[in-house]
Design a protein around this ligand. Structure first.
Ligand SMILES: *[C@@H]1O[C@H](CO)[C@@H](O)[C@H](O)[C@H]1NC(C)=O
Ligand SMILES: *[C@@H]1O[C@H](CO)[C@@H](O)[C@H](O)[C@H]1NC(C)=O
Length: 633
């Protein structure tokens, strides 16, 4: 079973990688049904949901399997069967099973049907269910790749949109001491007929409701003010699950069936954020080019002119440290490993965004984003090894083999350790979110079986190309460093410089966080790509600026500072993550809190590596340009 899962994942991953160029992705081709065809309904893990109102908070981060026995949902004959999923989909928490719902295209329209009657629901189960309802858990169903949604009204512009998932129950506060469990589902399936006799599913809506009273009688499916079904926690209960399917014709064609789901975000906010970021970037670029073009060219001409006219003269500014700038920094090993891994991550993000922009990561391919990211990460091991070994040689490092080994193993090991620890907490909480053993094995295989060897190959080419030549030689005896102004101290510089890239990404970040943690759909990839580009550009310019400042202050240890200054936005990301926790989450359980902190830590770490690398490489380039333009006697 495990190896089978694993094989299926590999196959799916490879399939995805090879067919990504063909226009129809697996799962993206329309499925035509004939009248009376079985329309399978799949069930996914239950997730905590952000309920409609704006000040709603997410109460948990833990997913539960639909067939967790404590929920007492009806199972299909022969037991639930796991559906094949892509690697990314599993990593992002999808656990898809089949279900006993009997749905046939255009048949039994509006007929009240009983799914099953569950007897012997114990008080412990009742308590478990009630707790999950209080935490706003939602059911996630899939029909023909479309998630079942609740139709909601956007209060800002009066548009109707589909909010994925629907409530497990109702916790309407004052009237009920106990929450009501939804045991009846009004399923409205919208279909579109592209040709006579052929039908396609283009919308899945569910209105859940709670029907109390005797659960043993034949059902009426009467949803007009029924007494709710309350599960008291002192006796055994019987629950009757009923459903009614209504087929509604729709003129939405198959190609645009996702539009309703993705309407959640107001594009004006994205535009606002983008314009805001653009203003910052233009402002910055003007500032930097002014400083760099005017002061630097003035510096250079003065350096070069004075030399000609006078025999004895005193150097000043950044020229003073020309014999120091390429001195080996402390811990060149750690720095080059970080830059190598950062470069690998940069390449991964870049290519993933290109894929997203080209529309390959369509929402009907669940988890395609994470799958593409994993595959890119794996195959870009070569880039990491190459950059790391060249930077290491340029910094004057001598332990080449150790560098190759550390580049290939350190970061995967750290990430793995964190994920493993989080997994333990998830397992402890009985969650289905824990990454299955087979998937873990697959990831180990990808990382240590493909990525690490590629990294070694990259390192081989890197050491063949050798160290980058420096325009000036390093003096034998290090110079004294005068005390730097306060704002140029490493941490101050990192925090100051981090504000700009963070500010540029701020609004987009909110949506990304909501989609990561509150399972909201995120498909504003155009905005995301532009924002990422702006963040990269801002990081590079700001870091170059700060490097110039510290060199002018005769502080020549710029290597680590450039990395730290570039990675400054990560500290703001951390602060923002904590703010997000305070404002949008109210996590009661320890496991949820640890989970959140663990994921946040990974996010911050990756951001630090990526932006730090951008800052370091940009500064390296600028420093080399700077010192190759002056004459040194
Ligand atoms: C199903 O019933 C609803 C109302 O009960 C009706 O509007 C709809 O047209 C029916 N669909 C079909 C395919 O008969
Ligand atoms: C289904 O169609 C009926 C009749 O056209 C309409 O009254 C009802 O609102 C539709 N339901 C949905 C969910 O679109």
């Amino acid at each position: 079973m495990r190896t089978h899962d694993c094989m299926a994942s590999i196959l799916h991953a490879l399939l995805f990688a090879t067919t990504a160029r063909a226009f129809y992705l697996p799962g993206a081709a329309p499925h035509n049904f004939l009248r009376g065809d079985q329309v399978p309904l799949f069930v996914n893990a239950l997730t905590p949901m952000l309920t409609g109102s704006d000040d709603a908070k997410l109460k948990s981060l833990i997913n539960y399997d639909y067939y967790n026995p404590r929920f007492q949902f009806c199972e299909p004959e022969g037991g639930p069967q796991k559906q094949p999923e892509s690697l990314g989909s599993i990593l992002f928490g999808d656990r898809i099973f089949n279900s006993p719902y009997d749905i046939q295209m255009l048949e039994k329209n509006g007929t009240c049907q009983t799914l099953c009657v569950k007897r012997g629901v114990t008080p412990e189960d009742a308590k478990f269910i009630n707790d999950r309802i209080r935490e706003d858990y939602a059911l996630n169903w899939l029909i023909d790749g479309l998630p079942a949604a609740e139709m909601k009204l956007d209060t800002r512009n009066g548009d109707l949109f589909f909010d994925m998932g629907f409530n497990l129950g109702n916790d309407d506060g004052p009237y009920h001491v106990l929450p009501a469990l939804n045991n009846h589902y009004e399923i409205v399936l919208r279909y579109h007929s592209p040709a006579p006799g052929k039908y396609r599913v283009v919308g899945v809506l569910v209105w859940p409701s709670s029907i109390g009273g005797s659960q043993e009688e034949s059902p009426t499916c009467n949803t007009e003010n029924p007494a709710p079904l309350l599960l008291t926690e002192d006796q055994t209960h019987t629950i009757r699950y009923t459903y009614r399917v209504t087929w509604n014709e729709s003129d939405t064609p198959w190609a645009t069936r996702w539009d309703n789901y993705l309407k959640i975000f107001d594009p004006r906010i994205h535009w606002f954020s983008l314009v805001n970021s653009l203003v910052i970037v233009v402002f910055l670029c003007v500032m930097v080019s002014m400083i760099l073009l005017r002061s630097v060219s003035r510096d250079i001409s003065r350096y070069n002119a004075i030399d000609l006219s006078e025999d004895v003269q005193e150097d000043w500014g950044w020229k003073l440290v020309h014999g120091e700038v390429f001195r080996t920094p402390r811990n060149p090993m750690v720095l080059s490993v970080m830059v190598g891994n950062g470069a690998q991550l940069c390449a991964m993000v870049g290519v993933t965004l290109v894929f997203a922009l080209l529309g390959f990561l369509s929402p009907s391919n669940r988890g395609s984003l994470a799958t593409v990211m994993m595959i890119c990460w794996t195959f870009f091991g070569g880039i990491g090894g190459y950059i790391s070994s060249r930077i290491y040689a340029s910094l004057g490092g001598l332990e080449r083999k150790k560098n190759v080994f550390m580049t290939a193993t350190i970061l995967p090991t750290i990430i793995f350790a964190v994920v493993f620890l989080l997994n333990l907490f998830l397992l402890g909480a009985g969650s289905s979110g824990a990454v299955p053993f087979g998937t873990m094995l697959l990831i180990v295989l990808l990382w240590f079986g493909i990525s690490a060897p590629l990294s070694a190959v990259g390192a081989y080419f890197g050491s063949k190309h050798g160290a980058i030549q420096h325009p000036v030689r390093v003096h034998q005896i290090p110079r004294q460093i005068p005390p730097a102004p306060k704002y140029l101290r490493p941490w101050a510089a990192a925090l100051l410089s981090g504000i700009l890239p963070f500010g540029a990404a701020f609004v987009e970040l909110y949506f990304v966080m909501s989609s990561l943690f509150a399972s909201r759909a995120y498909y504003a990839f155009g905005f995301l790509a532009l924002t990422a580009g702006i963040v990269g550009l801002t990081t590079a310019t700001v870091t170059i600026l700060f490097t110039y400042f510290i060199l002018c202050a005769e502080e020549y240890r710029w290597h680590w500072r450039a990395f730290l200054t570039g990675g400054g936005s990560a500290f703001w990301l951390l602060a923002y993550g904590l703010f997000f926790w305070a404002s949008r989450l109210s996590l009661d359980s320890l496991s949820s809190a640890i989970l959140y902190l663990g994921y946040l830590f990974l996010l911050v770490l990756l951001d630090f590596l990526i932006t730090g690398t951008i800052g370091f490489l940009a500064s390296y380039w600028a420093v080399r340009r700077l010192y190759s333009s002056i004459r040194i006697d």
